[in-house]
Write a protein that binds this ligand. Structure first.
Ligand code: FA5
Length: 346
């Protein structure tokens, strides 16, 4: 037995020296240390020995097992390290090489300004609401005190859709302004009411540098008891000063919109020359900003509100024109051109 152990030790150590690859190492393990390997064979043979020999050779065989397994592990580690350093070499990364940059998009200038407008009105207690772009003739016109045969219909050239609206609301149209939401909001939320409605509107117009067929407006509506034009003046002055971050002036002129009475146009002091007179304001010191006025009693009634108890005002301004003014954009068509050379400037 002693000889056999010596022989096995010698042979196993010599064989381990010859191992050159992980495949060799696996074969080596099977031959000497595996379940049917030579060392396991010797261990199994111990049971036939006398108790005394069992003790002596049992210990020696176990020591040999520990020695061979230890050397096997060391060899195995050597191979693993070699493999890792090889793969590190293959996957070498040049940390000084310039990275690949991903292009990030950003919010379109129109909606950057819209978000700002919404934030300012929200700070003043207004809610932001939404309405459909495809409207009924009733909400776009009749409900707003513009009957079918009224010449005021010609103020807004309309895209009609070849389909009737629900109920008795006439044809479907692409809304020509955000004003239909005055009635929708009154019906939906009741009074008191303080809302703005930003949104896209459509008119059958020939386009030029300042006119588009598709543009954005912001509607505003405030209804409560004892509401007057003084509130409109206060809200709009505060809004414009917060938006342009400077002291400004506003003025009212008479204006005509069938859904307000009295109807007004609001001008603001020219933001380019602060009212001194320049090319933009055509030396007047004023820039036309929006239509507005006290909500007509017919419109309040259409919204289910009693005009003897409640009053209010409404306004509507062109968000697209405001954006043009804000950034000095000289042609409205750039905004919807989809031209990245334009959009990337904001
Ligand atoms: C209206 O649309 C009214 N609904 C506004 C209103 C609301 C008055 C509430 C009173 C009470 P108007 O047609 O003037 O009004 O349009 C409002 C704004 O939209 C204009 O001041 C202008 O800034 C913008 N606008 C009108 N037509 C165009 C167009 N073709 N392209 C770009 N902006 C336009």
């Amino acid at each position: 037995m002693k000889n056999e152990l010596k022989k096995l030790e010698k042979a196993a150590l010599a064989a381990l020296e010859q191992v050159k690859s992980s495949a060799d190492l696996d074969a080596y393990h099977t031959k000497y240390l595996g379940r049917k390997g030579e060392l396991t064979g010797l261990l199994r043979g111990l049971k036939d020995l006398s108790p005394e020999d069992k003790k002596t050779f049992g210990k020696a065989t176990n020591e040999l097992k520990i020695e061979l397994e230890g050397k096997f592990k060391m060899k195995q580690n050597e191979f693993e390290h070699a493999e890792i350093s090889k793969s590190l070499k293959d996957e070498w990364i040049d940390l000084s090489a310039p990275g690949t940059t991903t292009k990030r998009g950003h919010i379109h200038p129109l909606y950057q300004v819209q978000e700002e407008v919404e934030r300012i009105f929200q700070q003043m207690g207004f809610s932001v609401v939404d309405g459909p772009e495809i409207e009924s003739e009733y909400y776009n016109f009749e409900g707003l005190n513009i009957p079918a045969d009224h010449p005021a219909r010609d103020m807004q050239d309309t895209f009609f859709i070849d389909k009737k609206a629900d109920k008795d609301e006439g044809r479907l149209v692409l809304r020509t302004h955000t004003s239909p939401n005055q009635i929708r909001a009154m019906k939906k939320y009741g009074v008191p009411l303080r809302i703005i409605v930003p949104g896209r509107v459509f008119r059958n117009e020939a386009t030029d540098a300042s006119h588009e067929h598709t543009f954005d407006q912001v509607e505003g509506l405030m209804i409560d008891k004892d509401i007057s034009i003084a509130h409109l003046k206060g809200v709009m002055l505060e809004f414009l000063q917060r938006l342009f971050k400077k002291e400004m002036k506003i003025r009212f002129r008479p204006g005509y919109f069938p859904f307000v009475e009295p109807g007004l146009e609001l001008d603001m002091s020219c933001i380019f020359c602060d009212g001194k007179g320049c090319k933009v304001c055509k030396k007047t010191g004023w820039i036309e900003f929006m239509g507005c006025g006290m909500t007509h009693p017919h419109v309040l009634r259409a919204g289910g509100i009693d005009p003897d108890e409640y009053q209010g005002w409404a306004f509507g301004f062109g968000l697209t024109r405001l954006v043009m003014m804000r950034y000095g954009i000289d042609d409205i068509r750039h905004l919807t051109s989809g031209d990245l050379r334009f959009a990337e400037q904001f």
